[in-house]
Ligand binder design. Structure first.
Ligand code: LLP
Length: 415
């Protein structure tokens, strides 16, 4: 459920006409609905009301300060995977004691930064990492709060690039070896074990893999308890999928019921790290048609491209394509492509879409997650603005980059 709707054939975001925003900020741009963000966060949060829990929104999905702040205001914490994301979370006003930090390759300076800020816990992903953390904490004269991110070896039945909890993935530590590592960590003087964490993948559309992961994590947590190790937190990561096209993912409430069923006899605080399910359908990319080419294959060339939204190119992902002003009847099968010099630059392929003409505005749907956050300057294209609508008002929450921004920090040496 989102708040992008047609009234009299024209697309609105909440009470604001999308074409009015386009006129004022130019195209392309990302557009988010505040009401949708809040609704999705609350739906997820309230589904778990029976369990002590903390929602650490996964910043990687959309890390704009205004988006982070929206969830912080609702009591959310943040899941970060780099010092840069930690910096953003803190800048947005996140409570450090609600920040968790995962990542298979944390650098020493990143670990030190997180420890100095007093985050809730570092989710450790390798043997060397927890020894390094112990050493850094020792030098700082503190105890580092950690959990181990375990890899439960479960196939989440999603795109291979975003399946993280199978043995072949680089993530986490083998759950079979976890007990040994916990015992070793327990003996280290500068570590404080807070719990267990796990994240098996993204865009999951079935409950089975989540439940299986929960069972395996619970089994481990009970063993740890038996050995006198604190399991204050069980972090189950993110991963709940959304509808891009015809997927029918479980509702957060169904997901919660399944987890609560397994979790109620393991008293602790449950952490969730949802990203996509909160922001995915709360955002669109608005782009304008530049040219059309009709022939054996039809192309609609727009001003948005793979550097702005890479998901179709990278994962073969489906993003809905709709006209900002509804166009009657006539449709065609075409590729929607951008101006980038690669044949892989497309937003949609062989798609039945409205018969677009130059000047038309197009909304690329479900672009709120992993849209702007994965965008780049490829082909020296300035990154596009981000706009947030709340009720009848809109706010530019990130300016369009300028040409000067493109070369910021570059230098020609005196040679
Ligand atoms: N926690 C951890 C440790 C993660 O690695 C991820 C996502 C999440 C939470 C949030 O997962 P979500 O709830 O959003 O599924 N760029 C890809 C998705 C990459 C997901 C990476 N990890 C895409 O556009 O589909």
């Amino acid at each position: 459920m989102h708040y992008f709707q047609y009234k009299d054939g024209r697309l609105y975001c909440e009470e604001v006409l999308v074409e009015d925003i386009a006129r004022q900020v130019g195209t392309p741009f990302y557009l988010y609905s505040h009401r949708t963000l809040v609704r999705h966060f609350r739906a997820f949060d309230s589904a778990f009301s029976e369990l002590p829990h903390l929602i650490c929104y996964s910043a990687k999905a959309n890390s704009n300060l205004a988006v982070l702040k929206t969830f912080i205001n609702l009591g959310g914490g943040v899941d970060v995977v780099s010092a840069g994301e930690l910096f953003r979370a803190l800048r947005a006003g996140a409570d450090p004691s609600k920040i968790v930090y995962s990542g298979v390759g944390k650098r020493e300076d990143e670990i030190r930064y997180a420890l100095l800020e007093g985050i809730l816990m570092l989710n450790v992903e390798s043997y060397q990492e927890f020894h390094l953390i112990n050493g850094i904490a020792g030098k700082l004269g503190i105890k580092a709060p950690i959990s181990f991110r375990v890899n439960p070896d479960i196939d989440p039945q999603t795109h291979p690039y975003i399946a993280t909890g199978i043995r072949q993935a680089k993530f986490g530590i083998d759950i079979e070896q976890a007990l040994r590592w916990y015992r070793e960590a327990k003996e280290l003087p500068h570590l404080e074990i807070r719990g267990v964490s796990c994240h098996i993948g993204s865009q999951l559309t079935e409950l089975g893999p989540f439940v299986e992961a929960m069972k395996r994590v619970k089994e481990l947590a009970l063993k740890l308890r038996n050995e006198g190790m604190g399991v204050e937190y069980v972090d189950l990561g993110g991963g709940l999928g959304i509808t891009y096209h015809q997927e029918e993912p479980p509702h957060p409430q169904e997901y919660a019921l399944a987890i609560i069923g397994e979790g109620k006899d393991l008293p602790c605080t449950y952490i969730f790290e949802p990203g996509r399910v909160i922001v995915g359908n709360a955002g669109i990319l608005v782009t304008r048609v530049l040219y059309t080419k009709e022939g054996e294959k039809n192309f609609v060339v727009v001003d948005g491209a793979m550097n702005d939204l890479v998901r179709p190119t990278l994962y073969g992902a489906y993003q809905g394509i709709v006209s900002v002003t509804e166009k009657g009847g006539d449709e065609m099968v075409a590729d929607m492509v951008g101006p980038i010099c690669e044949s892989g630059d497309f937003l949609a392929q062989d798609r039945l879409m409205a018969r677009f003409e130059p000047g038309d505005l197009v909304a690329v749907m479900s672009a709120g997650a992993y849209g702007f956050s994965m965008s780049s300057n490829y082909n020296s294209r300035p990154r596009v603005p981000e706009v947030l609508v709340k009720d009848g008002e809109f706010f530019v929450i990130r300016e369009r980059e300028s040409y000067e921004d493109l070369i910021r920090g570059e230098m020609i040496p005196p040679i």
